[in-house]
Design a protein around this ligand. Structure first.
Ligand SMILES: *[C@@H]1O[C@H](CO)[C@@H](O)[C@H](O)[C@H]1NC(C)=O
Ligand SMILES: *[C@@H]1O[C@H](CO)[C@@H](O)[C@H](O)[C@H]1NC(C)=O
Length: 316
């Protein structure tokens, strides 16, 4: 069923994948960004398959109540990929939580039926430490504790999830879905590699500019194309509501480094930087995520395709 879909943060890493997949599926897309008159943000989106006649650009600013009205009016569903991961500063809390509430109000004012918000796994980490198996319904971060630790970015996501789910309870005519990813990897549509981001981080690991020793840590990863597919599946599934992990699973850094070496043998696995037991990667209850029916790429495919993108850009 073809929909009119509003994608907020459309010129970003994830947002542009949501736009591309939505167009390919035959949806009409209203792409929202801070400055839609900036052709460096729109010209490459206009080259996507089926963009001509199906993609329009609109302005919106998280800090401005009502600024999304024009873009959202006439949309059946809204996907939000606009919340900054960095920098972590106190002001971010109002931008993220307040921005989500601005968008939610525009949705109910204009009869939108569905909203999917991209949050972070940083809102699902109990203060008491990791449970044996983490699930989206029971496990919440403590925002006051996060703020006391200076972790404003994950605190903002925790407060955003709470506010968005409460808004959904108060407005049952709007179906509210939240996706909680951690590290998002994969090929990019953007013509230029941003100064920060996961491909940049991968590039610095490959060049041995960071993680010259394997740390005792783990990382939860998903391919950007699969996260976009999960978000569109949540739009299209009338029963989807509430939080969903946006992760393939969590991997120890040893496993990640070995997978990089397998897909890119020029990369030598760095030495292990500690002696003793390995941290246990976070264990997730995958059932809600799997109910969305998206087959996720495995770790080697994710790394292979991300590394190929760096090679195609002649950065490697
Ligand atoms: C716009 O989308 C419709 C529906 O998928 C499609 O038939 C049409 O070819 C698209 N326009 C272009 C220029 O691809
Ligand atoms: C690795 O991390 C885990 C979990 O924090 C800890 O139990 C283990 O002792 C650590 N190993 C080393 C060698 O520090």
């Amino acid at each position: 069923m073809a929909l009119t879909l509003c994608v907020i943060g459309a010129s970003g890493f994830l947002g542009s994948h949501v736009v591309a997949q939505a167009l390919a599926k035959g949806h009409k897309v209203r792409a929202v960004m801070r400055n839609p008159d900036d052709v460096t943000k729109t010209s490459w989106l206009m080259k996507l398959y089926k963009a001509e006649g199906n993609l329009t650009f609109h302005a919106g600013d998280l800090d401005q109540l009502g600024s999304f009205d024009e873009a959202i009016k006439g949309s059946e569903a809204v996907v939000v990929c606009a919340f900054p991961e960095t920098p972590s500063e106190p002001k971010l809390i109002e931008t993220v939580r307040g921005g989500a509430l601005h968008i939610l109000k525009s949705c109910t004012d204009h009869g939108v039926k569905t909203i999917v918000l991209t949050s972070s796994g940083g809102s699902t980490n109990p203060k008491e430490g990791e449970p044996p198996v983490k699930n989206e319904m029971d496990h919440w971060s403590d925002p006051d504790y996060q703020i006391s630790q200076g972790k404003y970015s994950p605190a903002a996501k925790t407060l955003m999830d709470q506010a968005a789910l409460q808004y959904g309870k108060d407005h049952p005519e709007l179906r509210v879905v939240v996706l909680n990813p951690n590290l998002i990897m994969g090929p990019m549509f953007q013509p230029d590699l941003p100064a920060k981001g996961s491909l940049n981080m991968l590039l610095s690991i490959l060049k041995r500019e960071r993680l010259d020793k394997i740390p005792n840590g783990s990382m939860s990863i998903i391919d950007v194309r699969d996260l976009a597919a999960l978000e569109l599946a949540a739009v299209e599934n009338p029963h989807a509501a509430g939080r969903y992990f946006g992760v393939l699973r969590s991997f120890h850094w040893k496993e990640i480094m070995e997978a990089i070496h397998e897909v890119h043998p020029e990369f030598e696995v760095p030495p292990v930087g500690y002696e003793g037991d390995d941290v246990r990667p976070t264990q997730f209850d995958h059932s809600r995520k799997e109910s969305l029916g998206v087959k996720l790429r495995d770790l080697k495919t994710i790394l292979h395709d991300a590394i190929n993108d760096l090679k195609a850009r002649k950065l490697l």
